[in-house]
Write a protein that binds this ligand. Structure first.
Ligand code: AMP
Ligand code: MG
Length: 391
């Protein structure tokens, strides 16, 4: 049995990386950027009014000012501001030469002759300076980072409309078990619905892979062999669930080997998920995860997601928050690192969700995160801090 850390390092070392492609930036949400992106422009591109008001010289704020012109957003000012003059200006418009301040329209009045008078005590300059946010040539987003909506705004602003991104790994999901039926069927006696196949497929999408649900495989060696061989041929990563424990029909690891899979580990000191299997062929990865949906959920998060992200060249460090226990936690055995579904209250205090074991899928629906209990730790007293990975 290997440690959690060694298992993760076997998964994420010497990773087969995906090719890259250019995509329309509008369709690039959550794709992992495969190039550094630099600005072709200053932002703002000119000194820009940050308020609706009058552009003028600070030294004239005590006197009446003659208004020269009205500058709308998009206009180029014609007149230069000189002593005793100002121009009416709209937010986002180019500040005219000679002006160092934009006074807010709310802080002015007009005299009978139409002159502008500043009525407040003081004012900020209210000018966004050319290049103060980003300068031409600045790095605006980096290789290895997923693209979020705010990065799409940046791509738009710098006109980088076809970013280079990593191709997404295609991930085949197979559920083994004679007891399983598809969700649309009401299970007859002894059967249950396949829940974790669809959970895993959704987790793949969440990890920005392409999920390929390949159905239920009966607990039969020939059927398992056929399914594994097809799945290895058609995907970059294969995830099987079930059939990896010590039952009479748990022959997934053996059939993986018969299909040329080099098994890198078969047992990990982690709870849940001790019987997790991981292997690879020349060009495909394969996981055998435990059948229970809470186990497969957690093991996907801690083992499969880091691999998918690494394949896309992503720098992936799952966020963990250090938070205090709201209750005492005890466990009898501490021979494995353990992940436990927990709630975090509004004060940031942790309490495990009530949970009957790894088939209790509803528990994870109510959880806010996964608490990590290191190997060797038997108890956590109330108030002691520990790490939680938000869900
Ligand atoms: P196994 O890992 O095949 O021994 O299965 C462990 C437990 O998980 C058993 O109670 C199975 O019925 C259950 N299980 C296996 N596969 C699934 C699945 N796809 N959806 C829901 N439960 C499952
Ligand atoms: Mg089974």
């Amino acid at each position: 049995m290997i440690s959690f850390e060694d298992a993760l390092s076997l998964i994420t070392t010497d990773v087969l990386t995906m090719d890259t492609e250019r995509v329309d930036f509008r369709n690039s949400l959550h794709r992992v950027l495969a190039e550094n992106v630099y600005s072709d422009i200053d932002m703002p591109p000119f000194d820009k009014a940050a308020m609706d008001g009058y552009a003028c010289r600070r030294e004239d704020l005590g006197s009446e000012m003659e208004m020269l012109e009205v500058i709308a957003a998009g206009d180029v000012p014609i007149r230069k501001i000189e002593s005793g003059t100002c121009s009416k200006i709209m937010t986002g418009a180019m500040v005219p030469d000679g002006a160092d301040t934009v006074i807010m329209v709310e802080q002015t009045r007009r005299t009978e002759e139409g002159k502008v008078v500043f009525t407040a005590e003081k004012t900020s300059p209210n000018i966004a300076r050319k290049g103060e946010d980003v300068k031409t040539g600045d790095l605006v987003w980096q290789k290895g980072m997923p693209i979020l909506p705010q990065h799409i705004a940046i791509l738009a602003a710098i006109g980088h409309t076809t970013p280079l991104v990593a191709k997404q790994p295609r991930v085949g999901v197979l559920s083994t078990g004679d007891e399983l039926v598809e969700p649309a069927i009401f299970p007859e006696s002894g059967k249950i619905r396949n829940s974790n196949g669809f959970q895993l497929a959704a987790q793949v999408q969440n990890a920005h892979g392409i999920s390929n649900y390949m159905g239920i495989i009966p607990d039969d060696e020939t059927a398992t062999d056929k399914a594994i061989s097809k799945a290895l041929a058609e995907n970059d990563v294969v995830i099987l669930s079930g059939g990896v424990s010590a039952g009479d029909f748990d022959f997934v690891p053996k059939i993986m080997q018969e299909n040329g899979v080099d098994i890198l580990f078969q047992k990990v000191a982690v709870k849940p998920g001790r019987p997790t299997v991981f292997g690879r062929t020349k060009d495909t990865y394969i996981f055998g995860l435990p059948g229970n949906p809470v186990s497969s959920f957690i093991n996907f998060e801690v083992f499969v997601k880091p691999l998918l992200m690494a394949m896309m060249g992503a720098e992936y460090n799952p966020v963990e928050q250090k938070l205090p226990m709201g209750v005492e936690f005890k466990r009898k055995k501490a021979d494995r690192l353990e992940f436990i579904p927990v709630n975090v209250d509004t004060e940031g205090q942790i309490s495990p969700v009530s949970y009957h074991g790894s088939a209790h899928i509803h528990a994870i629906c109510l959880a806010d995160g996964l608490m990590r209990i290191p190997k060797g730790v038997h108890e956590l007293k109330k108030g002691v801090t520990t790490y939680v990975r938000p869900l």
